[in-house]
Design a binder for this molecule. Structure first.
Ligand code: ZN
Length: 121
């Protein structure tokens, strides 16, 4: 039934799904301050797409999802963002109380090193 064309079609569908999913997350982020419930539905849809098509979100998209309850978390709407010790970003979910951690240190150090090297030229 699905001979050689299937893989290509699937890849195209995956690309389209990735585009729709990131669009949904963007929309959800904009909606979150006005209507958290609607934003959560949009984010849940994006997550379902990601699961179905095996998409990988990068950090800029992943950070909107709580690791505990998998729902949308948005700073100012239902999440609290604090800077913890050792350049750790702490995002607390207001729904389940889970603290989502993100280490910021590594990337910042690398950028700083790159800058000081180029200045010496
Ligand atoms: Zn949560």
């Amino acid at each position: 039934m699905f001979a050689c064309g299937h893989d290509v079609k699937r890849r195209e569908a995956k690309k389209e799904a990735a585009r729709v999913a990131s669009g949904l997350i963007e929309t959800a982020a904009r909606t979150a301050t006005e209507d958290v419930e609607l934003a959560k539905r949009q984010a849940a849809l994006a997550r379902r797409l990601a699961l179905k098509f095996n998409l990988r979100f990068d950090w800029s998209q992943k950070r909107f999802f709580c690791h505990g309850c998998k729902a949308l978390i948005f700073p100012g709407a239902n999440a609290r963002v604090r800077l913890g010790p050792d350049k750790m970003l702490l995002i607390t979910c207001a729904d389940c109380g889970r603290v989502n951690r993100k280490k910021l240190g590594a990337r910042l150090n690398r950028q700083r090193k790159g800058q000081s090297n180029s200045l010496r030229e």
